[in-house]
Design a protein. Sequence first.
Length: 463
Amino acid sequence: MSDFAKKVTLDRRNGYLRLEENEIGSAYEFCEGYKTFLDCSKTEREAVKTSIEIAEKHGFEPFDPETKYAPGAKVYLNNRGKSVIFAVIGKNGAKDGVRIAAAHIDSPRIDLKPMPLYEKNELALLKTHYYGGIKKYQWTALPLSMHGVVIKRSGETVELNLGEQAGDPQFCITDLLPHLSQEQSAKTLGKAIEGEDLNILVGSRPYREGEEEEKNAYKLNILKILNDAYGIEEEDLISAEIEFVPTLKATDIGFDRSMIGSYGHDDRVCAYPALMAAMDCAGIPENTVITVLTDKEETGSDGNTGLNSAYLAYFVEDLAQAEGLEVRRVLSKSKCLSADVTAALDPTYDRAYEPMNSCYVNRGVGVCKYTGSRGKGATSDASAEFVGEVRKLFNDNAVLWQMGELGRVDLGGGGTVAKYIANLNVDVIDVGVPVLSMHAPFEIVGKLDVYMAYKGFKAFFEQ
Ligand code: MN
Ligand code: MN
């Protein structure tokens, strides 16, 4: 390539062709920590817990709204155990705005209904209500583990985590055998498995006291096991959040180990880098930096632990007030990287993408100027000025990045938390890791992209 061509042409080469060997080594090392995080953080509650554990080791303390923190102070705010904010107070405090990296820690999964337990044809099952956008057929005939909390009659909380440890029992949604699937196979993919078919198999042994057969003995036996193990009664399941997720562990993918397969990359693959960027932020940042790991993105960000609620704005308001500032002025000068995944071009389904404007595995962290569907419906479209700023920041800090849209125009679409933060009059752009098989029980990401997300968020905080 001529020097002129090099100068004026966009470099879109694969990261493995552009990075030094030691940088690739650093990426792989970072991904080992990420894999551990994934396996300990399969639900939003577990992700909050794991993140706080990491943060406390880095000197973060619970946030007290009454305290005026000095530059360099490290605080966290736990919002109901389901979302969490980490902040490092900057030299300038919040006066020139704060720098926010916002990722989500909820993932598509199978929730229990409030009254889930029943028996039919000598099997015990649980009724479920799926959470987030799933292709239902992907969730059958797959080992599942149970995670969550139950609030008992007494008010006591019981934490559940069953199916992850070696030797634990696991659970499963059954599917019809191909031999009898003529009718099912004739249905469209979206209709073949219906929401009410996602019933979890949990037992096949009846309760027995003496010779006489008990009514609902299969269901009763499960209640006995739950009662023995956790002291739970049937009514306790009503005040509970019980989530079933794939038992699969995070693992390297490919002969070359260049990728990671796991449940829940969306969006832990941005949450972990955003968390670690706040942990590893060098020295005291100029402006206060905030990593928010939020809940409920997969269901539209509503609810008091989602970013359509005021909890982030209230936190910034507390910081602003402590410094005698108006929160609206702080927010208006603030900047945010909406740290969420994007689609990676899948060669098997490449007709769903527009190759010029798609992200590719291992070309670096993906930047999306806008999300949405149809004519950019429901998007927050980052300004050219802010795109320019982020692009320069990444270029100046050797962050490998690529630009992409989610897929072909008019084929579908999606959104992130960007618009909710933009509604606070903050400059926001989507920056995240490209994913293959997004929202499937097992998703794939490229290791270089995970590391470049971390480098990108860190550069954003340290600028
Ligand atoms: Mn996401
Ligand atoms: Mn998602």
